[in-house]
Write a protein that binds this ligand. Structure first.
Ligand code: IPD
Ligand code: CA
Ligand code: CA
Length: 265
């Protein structure tokens, strides 16, 4: 295992320890917009992760959700961090949240670590070396019929007033597959698609920290990623269609019936 991967795992587990300890004591909640919360625990986890990684890799860059300014972004190595993905769930005591850490080197995601402290599930992937849940290899499901598929999605914090709010796609999918879920953690949605709990995941208006680690997990587990129009996936393009590969084209067809995501920034 590379040193970078070991540090990513240690940092994700350290954040998980904070999430467990402060589950019922998350302090003050602030709001970034009307319904977009940040707790003291988001900030504490992010600080812990950046302190641990930067102590070993002081020249590396960081793109982390809660930091006011991201650091060293000209470095070829950039850690992309969501310290707490699923803050609304965390703040309500609903045990579906995680920490997500990805390392992008020269434009490629080289490793991804996602830790769900509620289930003690540690997802790890390294480029070219496979994807693992608690050290066991994972792969996507082989279901190819949408009527036998459980899909997953999410909604951005502007869902209440934005025109392009994903509700059109939600309606189209819920009428054409077995079930659609909205658990509230995009990073876990990607992990669960990677390990076959879901057949496909789509969402718009995501950020690189929601997708960096999960993208690699899904790829290494044999899945397929694209933008909603089928073009090449890019973690900076604010949207994702991530599937087991077998339902990808069928999902693209349904997505065509709704509003095009267009360029999101
Ligand atoms: C959110 C979650 C959610 C998704 C939202 C994200 P946060 O991240 O991943 O599932 O639907 O779009 O913003 O705010 O809990 O880190
Ligand atoms: Ca997030
Ligand atoms: Ca977050």
């Amino acid at each position: 295992m590379t040193e970078a991967l070991q540090i990513a795992i240690d940092a994700a587990l350290a954040a998980g320890k904070i999430l467990k300890e402060r589950r019922d004591n998350f302090g003050v909640i602030k709001y970034k917009s009307e319904i977009d919360p940040v707790t003291e625990v988001d900030l504490a986890c992010e600080k812990k992760i950046i302190d641990m990684i930067s102590a070993r890799f002081p020249d590396h860059g960081f793109l982390a959700e809660e930091s006011n300014k991201s650091r060293n972004l000209s470095s070829p190595h950039k850690w992309i961090i969501d310290p707490l993905d699923g803050t609304v769930n965390f703040a309500h005591g609903y045990p579906c949240y995680c920490t997500s850490i990805g390392l992008e080197s020269n434009g490629q995601i080289e490793l991804g670590v996602i830790y769900n402290p509620s289930l003690d599930e540690l997802f790890v992937a390294e480029k070219g070396k496979g994807a693992f849940l608690n050290s066991k290899p994972i792969k996507v499901s082989n279901i190819s019929d949408l009527k036998r598929s459980m899909l997953v999605t999410g909604f951005a914090y502007d869902v209440g007033h934005a025109d392009n709010n994903n509700l059109d796609h939600f309606e189209n999918f819920i009428k054409s597959c077995q079930a659609v879920r909205r658990p509230g953690s995009a990073a876990l949605d990607l992990c669960y698609t990677a390990m076959g709990r879901f057949e496909g995941f789509w969402e718009i208006k995501l950020h690189p920290w929601d997708m960096a680690a999960g993208k690699l997990l899904l790829e290494e587990a044999g899945g397929r990623l694209s933008l909603l129009d089928g073009s090449s996936f890019d973690i900076y393009k604010r949207q994702v269609l991530a599937t087991n590969g077998h339902v990808h084209d069928a999902m693209l067809k349904i997505l065509k019936k709704g509003k095009p995501a267009g360029a999101l920034s």
